[in-house]
Design a protein around this ligand. Sequence first.
Ligand SMILES: *[C@@H]1O[C@H](CO)[C@@H](O)[C@H](O)[C@H]1NC(C)=O
Ligand SMILES: *[C@@H]1O[C@H](CO)[C@@H](O)[C@H](O)[C@H]1NC(C)=O
Ligand SMILES: *[C@@H]1O[C@H](CO)[C@@H](O)[C@H](O)[C@H]1NC(C)=O
Ligand SMILES: *[C@@H]1O[C@H](CO)[C@@H](O)[C@H](O)[C@H]1NC(C)=O
Length: 282
Amino acid sequence: MKIIVFEIIFGIFLTILESWVASESTTTTPVSDKFLPDHPDLKESDKYSVPVAKGRQVQFENITVYESAYKNDTQIMLITIYDIFGFHPHVKFIADKLADQGVFVVIPDLFHGNPVPLENFPQPSFMERAQHLFSKNGSWVENKPDLLNVIKHYKTKYGIARVGMFGFCWGGKIAVLAASDEDFSDSLNAIGLVHPSRVTNEDAFDIRVPALLLPSKSEPDMLPFLKTLNDNIKGNKSDHHRYDAMQHGFAGARSDFSDIEIRTNVENVIYRLSTFFKQVLA
Ligand SMILES: *[C@@H]1O[C@H](CO)[C@@H](O)[C@H](O)[C@H]1NC(C)=O
Ligand SMILES: *[C@@H]1O[C@H](CO)[C@@H](O)[C@H](O)[C@H]1NC(C)=O
Ligand SMILES: *[C@@H]1O[C@H](CO)[C@@H](O)[C@H](O)[C@H]1NC(C)=O
Ligand SMILES: *[C@@H]1O[C@H](CO)[C@@H](O)[C@H](O)[C@H]1NC(C)=O
């Protein structure tokens, strides 16, 4: 009898707790549209695969650029900065999903065909290769001219009026550097950081445009970063969401889209990027 009473009371307690948690999560986390296709039978072999990219690769000046399908009805462009693994189906897929929301999305091949091979991860050669990338082909000095070219090209060719840039891991740091560089002050209007690497709270002081901060549990607390942005940039348009259950890299090349929890969080990343950029670039 005692046990039954205990179970009833405990059950009531759990119900209250669950409804409290549910109401918390509906107020703090908007329910996202479903962006990833249903894929109930994903197997281990599907780990690095997602549906075929819908865009195309073009070349101009000396750079190759992945373009999401262009509908010629938007003046908003999002530049996606991939992670150190370069063009990867996950990154193209996220770009395509954002394009479905009515913006033009491009991914410049900033490494000119020389990314860090995903097969190298996590062998010892990986760190060496990554370090080399940070100091050479992935440095701001190398990437800045290409990004300026890309923006100029699409402003001229497609009449793009407003530009957002978001990056995964290493690419997040590149977005920060672009947003802090005077040469981009006329041409870059907002940035997004998805589990960014090597970004410090001090970096926030130099940023001139609103930013969406999406750290995973592996990154340091970015609320001080958000506060600096809001102190310095008029309008408090920056935003922040921390993915406390996700590891660094969960939305990039190394993600596992066959894991339902990860997929749900990737969907949420797409939803937040889409909502943020549509709002600040409108
Ligand atoms: C987009 O549409 C406008 C107006 O119809 C046209 O002038 C322009 O050439 C088009 N651009 C492209 C890239 O097709
Ligand atoms: C760096 O870029 C150059 C020019 O694209 C390329 O030849 C070289 O192989 C790259 N280095 C590495 C380590 O990827
Ligand atoms: C591409 O062209 C830009 C100048 O427009 C130059 O700064 C950059 O070094 C070139 N990159 C490569 C890999 O050739
Ligand atoms: C904007 O953010 C700053 C710094 O966090 C805060 O002091 C200020 O009250 C905010 N303003 C508005 C209108 O929310």
